[in-house]
Design a protein around this ligand. Structure first.
Ligand code: NAP
Length: 504
């Protein structure tokens, strides 16, 4: 069968990639990100055979030898990967690990790094060199300056730097960090990571829109009533008050993930499926998002903070009782907002977003809600008709569904809403890669499509800065119970527009 042949050849294609030889210097190689995300991802890539010839050099504060690092790495991987961990595979993987204790604030340690890099790569310029900034952001500028002083950046052919979020804390600081990076590297050596774009279903928005003739003609203000994006987390701040008290939900989720999701839904087809055309189209969307008038912020945004409650059957404390949170903290852990995109395609179509911590479950989806049919032709029951909806379920299930109305069987003429569902799990019996796997592989391939560009990052800050400023001035915050779906005021907010949030 044709379909089976296609499936098999796609599968075969997946297996052919193998990263060329690389050295990844992980600044902060023993930190939280490295333990929970980076090393587990690299282990999985190794297990799948995508990376074979490589060295991971952890460079960071904790005092330990490479042998101790290997032992700790094993514990981190076992804890995180559970049944995906494999002792035998780890035997091979650990041979690629090295650790050097170094205070990254001290210039002399970069001489040590130069020596290490020379030793490992034998100064072969064909050796791929990647720096991963897995350290607190305050260290980013110091590290970049030191790499530059030691001529390990632009001059080091093919060197790449991967920069974690948060990228700055407002437009001004993001711009300053960009200047610092661009002083040392060319733009195409800089990988500003947003792993959300690496999620399989998120990328599918692109394929769904531009790989089918059916939907794109309807993808505009004439047919779409509104878009709803929900990114709900059941987790709290996980002892990261030092980070969250400054970040807030706005910097943690809206400035990056949510705006990227909006761009993906709203972008125009790029002139080709390659990095700059794709990044250009995302940037055009960012540039078209209406900047909030600080005075009207209450009409466009609702912010909340969680109180104690029950999540997944467990009693949890409220935000103010979390470790190291100020007792009078006004930091929002929830936001609902309405964005408008001022362009021909999207004029007056609201993009509702909501995201928050300690909500009733972890749940992520993008819903495209179409307009109601123009006429009520189906009798008195017609008022019960649901509008068509296309939903991209990102977590916990990975699905695309289309809802539409059919006739309920029987003698009466009753319309009934049903779903047409494509579920990744049922169709492709293959495991979908983790978002971090995808973005790391892309970095290895030098494909910047899923990474933010300088102008993109700064425009995203331009959009959220007024929200942050308005919040800093007024600090109006509504409480919600941990384990709920957010503050009641967020429901009132969307009801004012005669719409409701989707149930999750
Ligand atoms: N953790 C996450 O889940 C997560 C998610 C998304 C993005 N990020 C981003 O990823 C980056 C790293 O986050 P993280 O949570 O892993 O941070 P972290 O655990 O606080 O720090 C990372 C590592 O950097 C080390 N370090 C701190 N100061 C140093 C110095 N002067 N010299 C050398 N090493 C130093 C730390 O050592 P000590 O432990 O000894 O202090 C730690 O091993 C941040 O930009 C963060 O925003 C993190």
């Amino acid at each position: 069968m044709k379909k089976d042949k296609t499936f098999e050849s796609c599968l075969a294609g997946l297996k052919t990639f193998e990263a060329s030889r690389f050295l990844m210097v992980i600044f902060g190689g023993a930190g939280d990100l490295c333990q929970k995300k980076l090393l587990p991802t690299l282990f999985l890539l190794y297990k799948k055979g995508f990376i074979k010839d490589f060295t991971l050099l952890g460079f960071g504060l904790p005092k330990m030898t490479t042998d101790e690092y290997k032992k700790r790495a094993k514990t981190w991987l076992q804890k995180k990967l559970k049944e995906s961990f494999d002792e035998k595979i780890y035997e091979g993987f650990q041979k690629h690990l090295l650790f050097e204790t170094a205070d990254l604030k001290k210039g002399e340690n970069y001489l040590k790094l130069c020596k290490k890099i020379s030793e490992i790569t034998k100064d072969d310029p064909a050796y791929n060199l990647m720096y991963y900034l897995a350290v607190p952001p305050v260290l980013f500028p110091t590290i970049v300056s030191n790499l530059s002083d030691k001529e390990l950046c632009r001059r080091r052919k093919g060197a790449k730097i991967i920069v974690e979020k948060p990228f700055g804390h407002d437009k001004k600081s993001a711009h300053a960090l960009n200047l610092k990076l661009l002083d040392a590297f060319d733009e195409n050596q800089i990988y500003r990571i947003d792993h959300y774009l690496g999620k399989e279903t998120v990328q599918n928005v692109f394929f769904f829109r531009f790989g089918n003739a059916l939907f794109e003609p309807l993808w505009n203000r004439n047919y779409i009533d509104h878009v709803q994006i929900t990114v709900a987390e059941d987790l709290g701040i996980e002892n990261r008050a030092y980070f969250y008290e400054n970040a807030t939900v706005i910097r943690d989720f809206v400035q990056n993930h949510i705006l990227q999701l909006i761009a993906l839904v709203a972008m125009e087809p790029p002139v080709s499926f390659s990095q700059e055309p794709i990044r250009n189209e995302r940037q055009k969307v960012f540039k078209s998002i209406q900047i909030f008038d600080e005075k009207k912020i209450d009409e466009l945004v609702v912010m909340g903070q969680y109180e104690s409650g029950i999540v997944n059957g467990k009693k949890v404390v409220g935000y103010l009782d979390e470790k190291d949170v100020a007792k009078d903290s006004k930091v929002p852990t929830y936001i609902a907002a309405k964005f408008f995109i001022d362009n021909w395609r999207w004029a007056n179509v609201p993009f509702y977003i909501r995201t928050g911590k300690r909500l009733k479950k972890r749940y992520t989806e993008i819903a495209i809600q179409f307009k109601y049919p123009p006429l009520k032709l189906l009798g008195h029951k017609c008022k019960d008709l649901d509008a068509n909806t296309i939903v991209f379920s990102i977590y916990p299930t990975q699905k695309v569904s289309l809802s539409f109305n059919v006739k309920f069987p029987g003698m009466e003429n009753i319309p009934y809403p049903v779903d047409m569902i494509f579920d990744y799990k049922d169709v492709f019996k293959v495991e979908t890669p983790l978002a971090y796997e995808r973005v790391l592989i892309d970095a290895m391939k030098s494909d910047l499509s899923l990474f933010a560009r300088q102008d993109g990052i700064e425009t995203m800050w331009e959009i959220v800065d007024p929200i942050i400023k308005a919040w800093e001035r007024k600090k109006i915050l509504y409480k919600y119970k941990a384990g709920s779906s957010g503050p009641k005021e967020a429901d009132d907010f969307i009801k004012k527009d005669k719409r409701t949030w989707r149930f999750f």
